[in-house]
Design a binder for this molecule. Structure first.
Ligand SMILES: NC(=O)c1ccc[n+]([C@@H]2O[C@H](COP(=O)([O-])OP(=O)(O)OC[C@H]3O[C@@H](n4cnc5c(N)ncnc54)[C@H](O)[C@@H]3O)[C@@H](O)[C@H]2O)c1
Length: 250
């Protein structure tokens, strides 16, 4: 019960890695506030989490809209009385060569990724200060490596990392920690892609030292639970690679 009675906000919590993190944190005893545009999956997950004995709510909000952040904070504080953990996980983007990347593609990636992360961190600051809470933002190995066709995604992801380090330093005196997870995980999206491109999938797996993709709950969710908990009370401003050893920072 690493996170017993902690209150966690997670964006994109209805599917993929976000759903895995929601499950891992609920298993650790946290109450979960899921933010997503996918209401059906979000409501189904709330029911599943409540059946395990924790409290959970779903908020249908588009995080790229600035006023969503304040609304989310208000709802969570009214329902749970506090915020201990903010997880900025949701991020939408489209792939294209740099010269074909449109202004709209940059806007989609920066609004759902970078801007939404800033809106929610600002909206939750006072509550995180009271709880001496923790923020977890999301990076990507493809951005760190500069993978082709990822211009809008990579630019927003690396902006999130830069921002996270600055805020980790600014908020350290308040007792708020800010860390970043860079995952690789087998989500529903990856599963679908694997069906259509089995060879490409296999060659991707072959390049991962641990020779498999991560599990959203067991691999990514448990590291997120650790970063959200007092067990990591001396860790801030770090990018934690949860990618089977694909990128080894030094
Ligand atoms: N899956 C991987 O292997 C991988 C690798 C590197 C980085 N990441 C990062 O990890 C995070 C989670 O990835 P994922 O693969 O689970 O993503 P996903 O696309 O499977 O899930 C994202 C969730 O966010 C929601 N969402 C999208 N736009 C939204 C919006 N405007 N407002 C609210 N919710 C919105 C979606 O409905 C979905 O439930 C992302 O930041 C992603 O960039 C994932």
């Amino acid at each position: 019960m690493l996170l017993k009675d902690k209150v966690v906000i997670i964006t994109g919590g209805a599917g993929g890695i976000g759903a895995g993190i929601s499950r891992a944190m609920a298993t650790a005893g946290a109450n979960i506030a899921i933010v997503d545009i996918n209401e059906e999956s979000g409501q189904a997950l709330v029911k599943e989490l409540e059946d395990t004995g924790v409290k959970a709510i779903f908020m249908k909000k588009d995080i790229s809209i600035e006023k969503s952040a304040e609304e989310i904070k208000e709802i969570v504080v009214e329902k749970f009385g506090k915020i201990d953990v903010l997880i900025n996980n949701a991020h939408a983007s489209r792939q294209a060569n740099f010269m074909d990347t449109t202004k709209e593609m940059f806007e989609l990636s920066f609004h759902t990724g970078f801007a939404a992360t800033t809106y929610l961190m600002r909206a939750c600051y006072e509550e995180l200060k009271k709880s001496k809470g923790s923020v977890i933002n999301f990076a990507s190995g493809s951005a760190m490596k500069g993978m082709a066709k990822q211009a809008s995604y990579a630019a927003a992801k690396e902006a999130i990392r830069g921002l996270s380090r600055v805020v980790a330093n600014e908020w350290a005196p308040d007792g708020i920690r800010v860390n970043i997870i860079s995952p690789i995980a087998e989500t529903e999206g990856v599963e679908n892609w694997k069906q259509d491109h089995p060879e490409a999938y296999q060659s991707m797996v072959n390049e991962i030292p641990l020779q498999r993709l991560g599990d959203p709950q067991k691999d990514i969710g448990q590291v997120a639970a650790f970063l959200a908990s007092d067990m990591s009370s001396y860790v801030t401003g770090q990018t934690i690679m949860v990618d089977g050893g694909s990128i080894q920072l030094y």
